[in-house]
Design a protein around this ligand. Sequence first.
Ligand code: CTP
Ligand code: MG
Length: 234
Amino acid sequence: MSRIGVLVLAAGKGTRMNSAVPKQFLEINGKPIFMHSSDKFLDLADVVCIVTDEEHVAFMQALLEHNARMGKNNKNVIITCGGRERWQSSVNGLRALDELGGCDYVLIHDAARCLVDRGTIERVLQDTITYGAAVAAVPSKDTIKIAGEDGFVASTPDREKCWIIQTPQGFSREIITEAYQNLIDNGSNGMNITDDAMVVENFSHHPVRLTMGSYENIKVTTPEDLIYVKEKLK
Ligand code: CTP
Ligand code: MG
């Protein structure tokens, strides 16, 4: 049996949400957003590692212990500290999984995507096992334009080829570990790394499969996203 590890990235500052606490700690129906996300993986993963900032480690640990006392089975959940950039949080999470004996496949998920559905998770996991690297994605409904630095349109890619990228993103452990090692060895050259697949695309030769996600699997980023998510979680 393959061992499945999950990273739930919850170490961001949520600057664009501009809330009193980072967005992943905002509660919906009495449960913080990050936990709506991590709970979706509990029964599928051998280990779920929640990556958070130093300030919130103790809070999360206490919450897990409280939930365990209330009868929730979260024995396979661990918490570790993230980094300044999202990709550094991924690296720290991967190291934490390795310290626990590693896993064959890892799914990396944004804590802020609390509407992720089981179908998307299962499709990404299946494609990860088949292809070694897979990302949840949906075809872009809108036309995408590449902007020039002058604020004018530089070009318009064919919409048929444009996909909106989500998480979870799944990788075989060797592929993602090697890609991140290459990134660390070679430096990111100022590249704005916004997802894990980018690291595999740029620092390995391994192709990344696009797996059908869901239009509802939005990333809670700005206040209007919260209205949508609250409605969906009613
Ligand atoms: N994240 C992380 N570590 C970081 C930055 C981001 O774990 N150093 C996580 C966030 O907590 C979030 C996910 O990565 O769940 C996606 O990032 P994003 O939506 O950009 O969240 P923030 O960086 O927190 O928000 P903002 O960019 O508005 O500051
Ligand atoms: Mg961010």
